[in-house]
Write a protein of this length. Sequence first.
Lengths: 121, 413
Amino acid sequence: MAEQFVGRLSEFTDGSRQIVKIGNTEVGVFRHEGEFFAYSNYCLHQGGPACEGLTIAKVEEMLREDKTSMGLFFSEKDMNFVCPWHGYEYDMKTGECISDRKLKLKRFNVVQKGEDVYVVA
Amino acid sequence: MDLIADRGRRVTVDELNTSKLLAHAAEQARDRKYEDMLIVDCDAHHYENENFNEILPFIENDVLRQLTMSGRAKGRHSIVPGQVGYQDMGGRVTRYPLRMTEKTDPAGKLRDVQLGERWMDAMGVDYSCLFPTGMLNVGLHPQKEMEVELCWAYNRWLTEVVLPENHGRFYTQLALPLSDAEASLRQVEMFGGRKGVTGFMVTTVRTLPVHDNSLMKVYRAIEERGLSLAFHSGPNWGEPVFKGLNRFLSVHALGFSFYNILHCTNWVINGMGERFPKLPVIWIESGLAWIPFLMQRLDHEYMMRPSEAPLLKKKPSDYMRDMFYSTQPMEIQDMEALECTFRMMNAETQLMYASDYPHWDFDLPSTIYDLPFLSEKAKHNILGGNAARTFKLEPRNEAQKANLIKYGNYTAG
Ligand code: FES
């Protein structure tokens, strides 16, 4: 398992992301709510740059007791990142595709050594 | 550049560079050795509305030209009927909000040509059939004369300005003002022989009967010239039957198939395949799942009611198998269903790859190349051979020529 330097901790503000090349592959490294998440940058749909698009809160539809809809809301807790080619959305915390959770991006570990951030590949 | 996400939160994304955005497509093209295979994209788009300042001066009628150009200069009104729609998915498909940030060489070729060549090169596409975007709604224009003028102006600009700059890698099927048969015929006569014109296109977001007697002279003129006829579909939230739908997903999923189902039904049941047996007809951008549906529905009814379709000498599905279909947006969720669809439509000879780039649901050539049930011949045919045969497109290198000859698709020699 090789460790690939990604950047200095101070370069990662919350909500930021970096794409790193590791051998023949690419990994997207996100910092979200103080944690690091790293996934393959190859979308499970047609191979687009899955980690290079918008990050956006999950959209939810709330129902009342009587099953009537209250409309659409942005989630208070769940964040997705979106492949910019066609819009496949992935759960930031798990890498699962939210429209079919059996589809899951390969996840990479991120380690911090002092001020330095590494991806383990 | 910053995009707006939830609750006004700003997310920084790179400025748009089509070659960079499609870098993974270029990797696929290299890995699969697309350079040896002629790849034809039979449905790609540009945003002609960004060029209206150059297009509108081609309007022939002085009053209508002044009317459109004057209003446009002050940003007061739109020229082509617009629609409610959310193609960009709230900025999730970043090339929509970022489009104007993409840099092109101001001293180089036309911007649309530079952008087109970027995506073609990245995907490994040799030729693209270029279609407009907003003008796909021209069939909804309330003024017949304006539909005629807009098609005329666009067709002149495309053939006189755009196509010559691209050294033959773009070809086209020009928009017909179908509401006016005489004007359509005039445009076939005027533009049918121009370089890069392989046929004409009906924008199918309209309810006009395509089998109307007045249109026979138009189809005959296209057939006589050895050209093709395409039907390009689209969505329309304003269509009365769709007004009950509450999400763009639903309107988009149904609309694209709906209009081609409507017009294909009229085309088949009225015996157009018997009337114009040498006219290649191509149904564009409705996906593929509607084809087995319509074949089964029409055959089922025809068996019981042949007296309502007396021009037919075979089943409706047989006429559908004589026509061509573009692949995109290919429903690929159930591989067995897709394989059955390919079998029912004789995909090996009747299906043509289309990207629909840069629209949000584009398909790469790998959507065909990677299908596990296709033979090598079928892959070559669908990705480019069927189009090369139909539109008489030349190979761009010796390996492509050898493959076109090997699979019986070489017509240029
Ligand atoms: S390739 Fe990522 S959404 Fe299609």
